[in-house]
Design a protein around this ligand. Structure first.
Ligand SMILES: [Zn+2]
Length: 473
């Protein structure tokens, strides 16, 4: 068992920042002490075989990305990052835990779907991982299966109000799944967009000849996100289910969540960096077929309507609980290209698992959020939300030694050929310049990234069985 000391840095937590030394023993944190304080009666430096100098740097818990889709089947293709490539890219960016989505499709038992995702991920991951379960087929058997999954550490279930004929659940099915969720104390996650109405708008747009990627955005107007979010909240209130609304992009949908929270409901919001930085006009509206790079659902919203600024504000107020990536990459070649001449055939998804910590740190530099809030929404809150706290998301004795040494005076240029390790042939954030840098990343006590060099290994990452959310009242 290696003992490692991370010395001289400022440890940042959700509640404050302080000059502290962190002693790691094997895979976990043994002590967090003020510099110069003896540990077990000795100078910690004499106890450690490895000393990492973090002078002038931030020492933060490893990032927890609560929403990824590695090698997910979608629209006749599969997300281009495997568990191996996607988790390695995540590590480069300072994320040390992901929670990925198991997909249950009609006719498949939820337990069998979970088993097949275990098979895909086992022995492949660079960092630790957990699973949420998508219930694509709400049946008596699936509902019974949910209890078994909770016992196996899969404690959150996702339903879709979008994608009729694929993942879609009608309100009756949602109600039943929420009742089961409420009984189990398990989190119900929702993709909240009115898919039935969207499909009509999509068909009408295509008929008019509006086939470019831009129309992916205009056929999914914010009203249909707000409406679905409101409906999900009402159904959650009727059933008593805790509700977590994924990838919120419309400010009006977040207003619904804020109101529900104001009433004391167990309702939580998630957003993603793409909705904070990118827009309908600039990205989806790029010339030709270029906009396909940014086709994702919910869609990027109009900057003229002010969604991006409002989303940042909701992060500050706490109505956005956690920032995840919804990492679901597809290459332009052969994948996004499937939708040339018909935007509805463009696979939905953006890759970003590598850049979340940096993009959100830029929010600190830009005066959008505090340093502590950065750590909270990227590390601590997702760990609490998804039942991994205090093993993940915090630097404290007994926690897994997942630690990032972050240089606030460093610099990161995002783009192909620069900092790009995801298996995609473009970067959704090409040309972004970040006023910070991930220096060193430790996963359970082992240095897996150091100054841009990968020192980890395939299969180091382990499955994290999760408990129930510690946020529920
Ligand atoms: Zn997703």
């Amino acid at each position: 068992m290696t003992r490692t000391l991370v010395r001289g840095g400022t440890v940042v937590s959700a509640t404050g920042s302080q000059l502290l030394d962190v002693l790691i023993d094997g895979e976990t944190i043994a002590a967090v002490v003020q510099p110069g304080t003896p540990v077990f009666g000795a100078d910690p430096a004499t106890l450690a075989e490895v000393v990492i100098d973090a002078t002038g740097k931030y020492v933060i818990p490893g990032g927890v990305d609560g929403h990824t889709h590695m090698q997910m089947p979608f629209g006749g293709t599969e997300a281009s990052d495997t568990f191996e490539t996607g988790t390695r890219a995540a590590a480069f960016g300072g994320t040390t835990t992901i929670v990925d989505f198991v997909v249950q499709t009609p006719g498949v038992r939820v337990q069998d779907a979970l088993a097949s995702w275990h098979q895909k991920a086992a022995g492949q991951c660079a960092i630790d991982y957990g699973f949420h379960q998508i219930i694509g087929d709400v049946t008596d058997e699936s509902l019974k299966g949910m209890a078994e999954l909770v016992a196996e550490g899969v404690t959150s279930f996702k339903l879709f109000m979008a994608y009729p004929g694929v993942f879609y659940s009608d309100d009756g099915k949602i109600l039943r799944a929420m009742q089961t969720s409420a009984d189990l104390g398990a989190l119900l996650m929702m993709h909240a967009e009115n898919g039935i109405a969207i499909d009509v708008l999509v068909a009408q747009a295509l008929q008019r000849g509006d086939t470019a990627p831009y129309f992916h955005g205009t056929t999914r107007p914010w009203q249909l996100e707000e409406e679905a979010t409101h409906r999900a909240i009402m159904l959650a209130q009727v059933t008593g289910a805790p509700l977590y609304v994924v990838h919120v992009s419309a400010k009006q949908a977040l207003e619904q969540i804020a109101q529900a929270r104001g009433q004391g409901l167990n309702v939580f919001g998630e957003t993603c960096p793409q909705y904070l930085y990118l827009s309908l006009e600039e990205q989806l509206g790029a010339p030709g077929f270029e906009g396909a790079k940014w086709v994702c659902s919910t869609p990027l919203r109009a900057r003229a309507e002010g969604h991006q600024d409002e989303l940042w504000r909701y992060i500050r107020t706490g109505d956005v609980a956690s920032v995840a990536t919804d990492h679901c990459p597809f290459c332009m070649k052969d994948q996004k290209e499937m939708g040339i001449g018909d935007f509805s055939k463009i696979p939905n998804g953006i890759g970003g698992v590598e850049h979340r910590m940096d993009l959100m740190f830029q929010g600190v530099k830009d005066g959008r959020i505090s340093l502590e809030r950065w750590v909270e929404v990227c590390c601590t809150e997702p760990a609490r939300m998804f039942g991994m706290y205090p093993r993940k998301g915090v630097i404290s004795p007994g926690a897994d030694a997942d630690i990032v040494v972050y240089d606030p005076d460093g610099h990161t240029s995002i783009g192909l050929g620069k900092t790009h390790h995801m298996n995609m042939d473009y970067s959704a954030y090409e040309g972004f310049e970040i006023d910070g840098h991930v220096d060193t990343v430790l996963s359970r006590g082992r240095v897996i990234v150091d100054d841009g060099r990968y020192l980890g290994s395939t299969g180091h990452g382990r499955f994290v069985p999760r408990g129930l959310s510690s946020n529920l009242i």
